[in-house]
Design a protein around this ligand. Structure first.
Ligand code: NAP
Length: 299
């Protein structure tokens, strides 16, 4: 039996692994995607992680993983499907039926992309990752949907590849940080389409046209590709009935990661928190291990 099973191998989970190793705890990191490092791996450039100005998200994630590996972290590949408290320990059941047991759990499974969910939007060519798929749109016309940091960052990234980038946002105000807004505003081949929603994606194998609702009036926009950057939803489906979640599905837990289920701790973007960044996820991972250590001492 492990001391701690850490579920998730993004910045929160990998930091928890580093702190668990340093605390000489018997811990294992469960990862769904082989050698994945979470959503940070697809951020083109991170400008706010102290000491690593302008690092690529991929390199930052790999740095976390290498650090955890250097300390001897054990990894386990599998998709956790159920988590249950069995008297004084926790059992995690995987999709292939395997079971792991531990005295405590740190749940750091992050979030998944919010889908567009309109007709035609589940085509393979509707992308949720500009860094992964941008290269296919050399000198083409693309649209980015959303108004947060990801959408504006994606628009800036794609403007260097595509001929034209439409940034479509449902309001006339962006949620993205002001410096990114100023940066994107200055790019000539990015055009803002505001107060507008996409109601349909037309095309065959590839997206060819968007149907737009511009403040009530319907028209169409020819494009070669479409990128969605609509924010994220917490990966907490398997925690329903295990611990308290807020109305959006985030795990209710303070900075110490403690949930209302004894021995279950939350870290990173899955937790109710005012800020979801790499730095807050990493800090959560460290705090959750300290809380888990105190819990283990109390057993
Ligand atoms: P976000 O801030 O939640 O923004 C999502 C955007 O999508 C919002 O503008 C929202 O519109 C729009 N949206 C949501 N559902 C929609 C729908 N059904 N139809 C049309 N538009 C829809 O998500 P994010 O940009 O991915 O950022 C998430 C977190 O990661 C934030 O805390 C952000 O600061 C952070 N982040 C940081 C970096 C970095 O530091 N380098 C990079 C990327 C992200 P409304 O504005 O109208 O709600």
């Amino acid at each position: 039996m492990y001391d701690i099973i850490i579920i998730g191998s993004g910045p929160a989970g990998l930091t928890a692994a580093i702190y668990a190793k340093r605390a000489m705890l018997n811990a294992v990191v469960v990862e769904k995607d082989y050698m994945g490092t979470g959503q940070i791996s697809v951020s083109e450039r991170v400008e706010n992680y102290p000491g690593l100005y302008g690092v690529s998200g991929y390199d930052l994630g790999e740095g976390f993983r290498e650090h955890a590996l250097a300390l001897g972290t054990e990894f386990y590949d599998g998709e956790a499907k159920a988590i249950a408290k069995e008297s004084d320990y926790w059992a995690v059941t995987f999709s292939d039926g395997r079971v792991l047991e531990a005295k405590a759990i740190i749940y750091a499974a992050g979030t998944s992309y919010r889908r567009l969910g309109v007709e035609g939007s589940e085509k393979q060519c509707v992308s949720y990752c500009a860094v992964c798929d941008g290269a296919f749109y050399q000198n083409k016309i693309v649209a980015v949907i959303g108004g947060g940091d990801t959408a504006l960052g994606d628009a800036a990234y794609l403007s260097k590849i595509a001929k034209k980038v439409y940034l479509i946002h449902r309001r006339d105000e962006f949620r993205a940080n002001k410096s990114l807004q100023a940066q994107v505003n200055a790019v000539e081949n990015i055009e803002f389409i505001l107060n507008t929603t996409v109601t349909k994606v037309n095309g065959g194998d590839k997206a060819e046209e968007l149907v737009l609702n511009r403040n009530g009036s319907i028209d169409t926009l020819k494009i070669d590709g479409v990128f969605c950057a609509l924010g994220s939803l917490p990966n907490t489906e398997l925690l329903k009935g295990v611990c308290s979640l807020d109305s959006f599905g985030y795990i209710i837990a303070g900075e110490d990661g403690a949930t209302d289920a004894k021995g279950l701790f939350a870290a990173g973007d899955v937790r109710t928190t005012p800020l979801r960044q790499v730095i807050t996820a990493a800090a959560d991972g460290a705090n959750a291990v300290t809380s888990a250590e105190n819990y283990l001492r109390s057993l």
